[in-house]
Design a protein around this ligand. Structure first.
Ligand SMILES: *Cc1c(COP(=O)(O)O)cnc(C)c1O
Length: 381
């Protein structure tokens, strides 16, 4: 029930404000009402002239959000979900149990967990590879590989994968490419224009952008059988976002370009500052020329994003000690909010390769000098 994507001849920044936000025809309201109704009236002949039947199968707020996400990612349709995890979960489920999927070794921890604890017992085969290594992907492809999943930049390693090159590899093998675009957001990178078949989002992060709503989305480049199956899973399986969640996320999108560019600018300054700091062993940020994925990032991103990780000189205790000393930056998981957050990842990820001295920093919208002062205090023994 998604509306056709807006064909507006405006820049993405303008579309972020206007797409999916038609003036309400009944009242003239510029901001749409939240449609909480679970059910919609039929005509005397039994038809549904307004296109809506039941809140699980379709809702005006969800349609508006899906339209806006489709526009921003330059796709043809979007399906939104109750969480970012539900978005990827549903795409994997759409593959069916006979299929095989390739995913990054450093894939988001929750995806790794769902592959090993839910999908492997179901029958779905998977291989985790270093997706920055094209030869490793080529080697992992099997006759039944239907999907290659990448995450670039990745969480929390900030590894950069060449979207166009992996799209070519996947398509040669008759597989789809899905790119988790959560960290970059469509402001900095549009995977569908580089050949990816699907862009996945935890809208929880930058898209909703205020740390107050959990949500997810898959935007598709073409109407293909896998997306059709995904739509069935969304509406029949019912992992749908609430009308209020859709409304909040659409509200967040209006400031997405401004927020992400400001966060990205501060992140580059902070990464450069941290890189010179005597208490730091290494900074993982694609905007640094020393980052192994810097050249690829430069080619496929307009800026490098608001998330970075750094390794402190020392061990897990040193890293936890640094996190314990921040006063402005909150010790909390997640990223993409106006408030900056810092997290010791190894202690919440079990069985991953995340270094014990790694801290992940989500740069918010606070003044840069305040963030630098807080980190300098935390890093001073
Ligand atoms: C947060 C995140 C997810 C999961 O999203 P939820 O809304 O927390 O379920 C998936 N992928 C990436 C890259 C994420 O950062």
């Amino acid at each position: 029930m998604t509306m056709t994507p807006d064909a507006m001849p405006f820049s993405p920044d303008t579309q972020a404000i206007h797409s999916g936000r038609d003036i309400d025809p009944t009242t003239g309201a510029l901001t749409a009402p939240i449609h909480l109704s679970t059910t919609f009236e039929r005509d005397g002949d039994g038809s549904y002239p307004r296109g809506y039947v039941y809140g699980r199968s379709g809702n005006p707020n969800r349609d508006a959000l899906e339209t806006a996400l489709t526009t921003l990612e330059q796709g043809v349709e979007a399906a939104t979900f109750a969480s970012g995890s539900a978005a990827t979960f549903s795409l994997l489920q759409a593959l069916g149990p006979e299929a095989h999927v390739i995913a990054p070794q450093s894939v988001y921890f929750g995806i790794q967990q769902m592959l090993s604890t839910i999908f492997a017992p179901w029958g779905l085969g998977y291989t985790l590879v270093d997706t920055t290594d094209l030869a490793a992907i080529a080697q992992a492809l099997r006759p039944n590989t239907r999907l290659v999943l990448i995450e670039t930049p990745s969480n929390p390693q900030l590894a950069v994968t060449d979207i166009q090159a992996v799209a070519d590899l996947a398509h040669q093998a008759d597989a789809y490419l899905a790119c988790d675009n959560t960290i970059a957001s469509p402001v900095l990178q549009t995977p569908l224009t580089l050949g990816a078949d699907f862009a996945i989002h935890a809208t929880t992060k930058y898209l909703a952008g205020h740390g107050d709503v959990i949500g997810g989305a898959v935007v598709t480049r073409t109407l293909n059988p896998l997306f059709e199956q995904l739509r069935l899973i969304q509406t029949i399986g019912g992992l749908v976002p609430s009308p209020f969640d859709c409304w909040l996320t659409l509200r967040g999108l209006q400031t997405l370009p401004l927020r992400v560019r400001a966060q990205s600018q501060s992140a580059l300054a902070l990464a450069t500052w941290l890189d010179q700091h005597p208490a730091i062993e290494q900074v993982l940020y694609p905007g640094l020329p020393s980052h192994p994925g810097h050249a690829i990032a430069q080619g496929q991103m307009s800026s490098y994003g608001g998330l970075l990780s750094f390794l402190v000189k020392g061990d897990q205790a040193t890293a936890l000690g640094v996190a314990a000393k921040t006063r402005l930056i909150a010790r909390a998981t997640s990223f993409g909010s106006p408030h900056s957050t810092l997290e010791h990842r190894a202690s919440i990820e079990q069985g991953t390769q995340t270094a014990p001295n790694l801290l992940r920093l989500s740069i918010g919208l606070e003044q840069l000098d305040d963030l630098i002062a807080d980190l300098d205090h935390a890093l001073t023994p």
